[in-house]
Design a binder for this molecule. Structure first.
Ligand SMILES: [Zn+2]
Length: 282
């Protein structure tokens, strides 16, 4: 794959399992046409830095990992295409628009605000710039996920998606819970609609067995990726998982902290348990 590929696919080592992990927000390749106003260090605080690397061991247990290479503040695959703030644009948009809570918070499809609430751009974006981001990054990423999930579903009759993220330790100004200290992990199944409850329960209990505090659907319920790809009635299960960033990095510098290696080892144990769960539910 070329250097400017929008995503990377990490194939399972050995026998594949119908378990896909995806990391939509850990991309670190900043396109030349991003043209953000705040310093890069501030913009990077939107990333779920290191998340794809932390989960990479899951492929040894048979999972497939798909990671976005583009930064989520450039275009966010975990938003719906109509979650676009018209205030960002210099000209008219030719698609449907639906203001969501995320639009209001400045963190819709194209982020209007960087973390801390400062404007992301010093100018309006042309509609064709936004269209380019969708065509170049957003659609290929969802296409890769659909291809992988469809292929495994055809082969196994069921498939499980773990949509992998990380979250600030304390809710910030872009969030629904400013100032609040988060648990170690937050699982989101959009109030039980994107996967069978047994899957959410299995991930929660595996994490609690490893000694972590786990919340479910609070404050993160899961957004577009599990909404779009999680259809439990068709045996397609999607669950969002948020890791508290203080478990593995300094949130200002993005440098891994002393917790990183231990967390990585625990995620490896979790991936092994999830593959066992998947095997038991085929
Ligand atoms: Zn994320």
């Amino acid at each position: 794959m070329s250097d400017d590929a929008p995503f990377l696919r990490h194939a399972p080592a050995g026998e594949p399992m119908p378990l896909v992990l995806d990391s939509p927000h850990s991309g670190e390749r900043y396109p030349d046409d991003f043209d953000h106003a705040p310093p890069r260090a501030d913009v990077r605080r939107a990333e779920d830095t290191h998340v794809a690397r932390l989960w990479q061991g899951a492929v040894r247990h048979g999972a497939t990992l798909i990671e976005a290479c583009f930064p989520r503040a450039y275009v966010d695959p975990n938003r719906s295409l109509d979650d676009l703030d018209p205030d960002l644009l210099a000209d008219a948009w030719d698609g449907p628009l639906e203001r969501s809570r995320k639009t209001e918070q400045g963190i819709g499809l194209i982020w209007r605000l960087a973390r801390g609430g400062v404007p992301m751009y010093a100018r309006k974006l042309r509609a064709e710039e936004v269209r380019h981001r969708i065509d170049r990054c957003y659609l290929p990423y969802h296409g890769a996920l659909s291809t992988e999930l469809d292929r495994l579903h055809r082969r196994f009759g069921a498939v499980w998606l773990l949509d992998c993220h990380s979250m600030p330790a304390i809710g910030d100004v872009n969030s629904d819970d400013p100032g609040r200290a988060r648990d170690d992990f937050v699982l989101g199944d959009r109030d039980g609609t994107t996967c069978a409850p047994e899957f959410t329960a299995a991930v929660a209990s595996a994490l609690r067995d490893l000694g972590y505090r786990v919340a479910v659907n609070d404050p993160y319920k899961g957004v577009e990726i599990v909404r779009r790809h999680g259809r439990p009635g068709e045996r397609r299960h999607g669950l969002q998982i948020e890791i508290n960033r203080r478990l593995y990095m300094d949130e200002e510098t993005l440098i891994p902290n002393t917790g990183y290696a231990g967390l990585e080892a625990d995620l490896d144990r979790l991936a092994a348990r999830l593959c066992a769960f998947v095997r038991d539910h085929l």
